[in-house]
Design a protein around this ligand. Structure first.
Ligand code: NDP
Length: 444
């Protein structure tokens, strides 16, 4: 049996009931097959793939807190420190009821390659909890965050592991987490990114993932002799990534006609009204049902359905596994040119294959949403030098990073005879640097 197949079997056997983790490992190892099989004996002897697919450390902890009725609640806390070959662990915290160890491991594994692609010195990690901030009072969210950090602070630090936000963890949560870290550890350091601007945050971090997604999409189109201006775009999600992807796409002259949340989706043929969307989601923390009040000509539908709408570009920005094979078929039938992932692994493996087989350019999240973590790394740099850069400075660096990522994944795909296969390109380009660093550091 080939080394890659052996490891795929081993990962499934050793990590039962973690389908998202299996899916992520399969996607990566399948595209690394060409690299591994070129020097299989050496990598097997080094147990390289065993090391690559086993987290350096998994931390599981209890998070007890008291709700507004005086009832004690208990949630599960996780931090997976996956790989520190190229720098301190870096990756977000997700607070969502669906969170479990398999999901955090899939996200941590993906993060290793994504962080490598940014060309900045950051290793990969991820964490979170099954706590649901939705419907909780600010006091309850603070109580939860303080309890979560009371344990997590023993395992993180500005030079060891620097978490950030993800689904359910925005500026409010990062503030509560930072306050508790400082209080317990007595250190005012860049231990978290996504901080508020008054206490060490970076300008443009809020916008970075969505903006970066659109920058790389524009770079892809440019490379193919096209432009984003005048294109129709479908976006899913209505959170941080979706909102700023919509904003940048609109600024570059595209028309964005959809967005969605966990209960339904909006089709606005005249183009999404971003101010309305921001007020609903960022200010009122309300449902998308509200959107019709602002735009009577738009449509609201329960459930999922964004990918039925005809578009040139699709940007899935909600969550994992939200673009299925039926959606891929619909997108192809509607003449979609490109799918670039804003979320982590929103497209299922069979949908990805269908898109690629039918000539749709597909950029995987580990490349196309890397602008968020890249700007987090820029926040770390600013914290280290105790300086703040201007919005334009950070935005310009972000654009440079996204352009480079596109060039690197494109070149890696070509090098292995897989032109236009950006999944393979991203996995190989991300892997090469981690591989070299791991081999240089010996057995660890
Ligand atoms: P937010 O919590 O701000 O927004 C998530 C959006 O997706 C919300 O609109 C939410 O709906 C919707 N959503 C969440 N879960 C589901 C679900 N199970 N089914 C349908 N819709 C769902 O998160 P972000 O925008 O920060 O993150 C979105 C994705 O991007 C995630 O995959 C994340 O890992 C990834 N990402 C984020 C980065 C960042 O910098 N924020 C960086 C890189 C990747 P509702 O409003 O109802 O909650």
């Amino acid at each position: 049996m080939s080394y890659v197949d052996e490891i795929l079997e081993r990962v499934i056997a050793q990590n039962p009931a973690q389908p998202e983790f299996h899916q992520a490992v399969k996607e990566v190892l399948e595209s690394l097959r060409v690299v591994i099989e070129a020097d299989e004996d050496k990598y097997r002897k080094e147990a390289l793939l065993e090391r690559l697919t086993t987290p350096e450390r998994v931390i599981l902890f209890r998070v007890p807190w008291v709700d507004d009725k005086g009832q004690v609640q208990v949630n599960n806390g996780y931090r997976v420190q996956f790989n520190s070959a190229i720098g301190p662990y870096k990756g977000g915290l997700r607070f969502h009821p669906s969170v479990n160890l398999g999901i955090i491991k899939f996200l941590g594994f993906e993060q290793v390659f994504k962080n490598s692609l940014t060309s900045l010195p950051i290793g990969g990690g991820k964490g979170g909890s099954d706590f649901d901030p939705k419907g909780k009072s600010d006091r309850e969210v603070m109580a939860f965050c303080q309890s979560f950090m009371t344990e997590l602070c023993k395992h993180i630090g500005a030079d060891t592991d620097v978490p950030a936000g993800d689904i359910g963890v925005g500026g409010r949560e990062i503030g509560f987490l930072f306050g508790q870290y400082k209080r317990i550890r007595g250190l005012y350091e860049g231990v978290l990114t996504g901080k508020g601007l008054t206490y060490g945050g970076s300008l443009a971090r809020t916008e970075a993932t969505g903006y970066g997604l659109v920058y790389i999409t524009q770079e892809l189109l440019k490379d193919k002799g096209m432009d984003l201006a005048g294109k129709t775009v479908c976006v899913s999600g209505a959170g941080n990534v979706a909102i700023y992807a919509i904003q940048k796409a609109q600024q570059l002259g595209a028309k964005v006609v959809t967005c969605s949340d966990s209960t339904g989706w909006v089709y606005d043929p005249e183009g999404i009204d971003l101010d309305a969307l921001k007020e609903i989601k960022e200010v009122n923390r309300a449902r998308l049902t509200e959107y019709k009040k602002y735009r009577p000509n738009s449509e609201y539908h329960e459930g999922r359905g964004v990918w039925q709408i005809k578009c040139d570009i699709a940007l899935p920005c909600a969550t994992q596994n939200e673009l299925f094979i039926e959606d891929a078929k619909q997108l192809v039938a509607n003449g979609c040119i490109a799918v670039c992932e804003g979320a982590n692994m929103p497209t299922t493996l069979d949908a990805t294959k269908y898109l690629q087989d039918n000539g749709v350019f597909f950029i995987p999240g580990k490349a196309s949403n890397a602008g968020g973590v890249a700007t987090s790394a820029l926040e770390m740099s600013q914290n280290s030098e105790r300086l703040s850069w201007t919005f334009e400075e950070v935005d310009q660096k972000l654009q440079g990073i996204m352009t480079n990522i596109y060039k690197n994944i494109n070149a890696a795909a070509k090098r292995y005879g897989k032109e236009n296969d950006y999944v393979t390109g991203a996995n190989i380009a991300g892997f090469e640097k981690v591989l070299e660093a791991m081999l240089a550091q010996g057995v660890c």
